[in-house]
Design a binder for this molecule. Sequence first.
Ligand code: CDP
Length: 216
Amino acid sequence: MSRALVIAVDGPAAAGKGTLARRLADALGLPYLDTGLLYRAVGRRMLDAGLDPAAHPADEQARRVTPEDLKRGDLRVPEVDRAASLVAAQQAVRAILVDVQRDFARAAGGVLDGRDIGTVIFPDAQVKLFITASPAARARRRWEQLATDLHAPDREAQIARVEAELVARDAADAGRAVAPLKAAADAVVIDTDHLTAEQVLVEALRVVRAGALGTV
Ligand code: CDP
């Protein structure tokens, strides 16, 4: 019997991984997991407990993460971006979350997006995509996702701040000792700077068909 199809979608912050992974999962009828939410939930718990994620071990909070935590509406705020990246650099936290991610795709496969899906979590995934874009394009998209006023007079300054935060977080994610952000050697890199979400999906489906032929 052939293995369930696993598609790894990795890449830097706000590159469009989530949008692509959700659409791929819909198109292929696979379960979808946003693994960033796991780290965000741990970061959120640390902040709620009054613990500085830069100074305290977060494994205790990682063990307590529940499915309900992942549905919280306050996971995509700047302080949680930073807290998530800090707890994600802790080996003990990653060790706790490995099994959750592998178990998720065990029965029926899945599309998982994150930083280390193709390198650490599923090094034998049949399809590995690395989604990237320039910091400027990523900052504009993230700002548009979260902005409360699209016509704010200081919008360019706001976008520049988002860009600085993304670049700092990418540097931390790529520079850490455990499971750093990087493309797996066998990943297909898609630069989404000049592509619409629809075009990225078409390209990704082409890669899936080429790479996963015979496994679905
Ligand atoms: O949505 P965005 O790309 O901004 O971030 P995310 O995917 O929600 O991930 C938030 C943070 O969690 C990242 O900056 C990483 O530090 C961490 N993360 C990770 O280390 N490994 C993963 N598989 C997913 C996220």
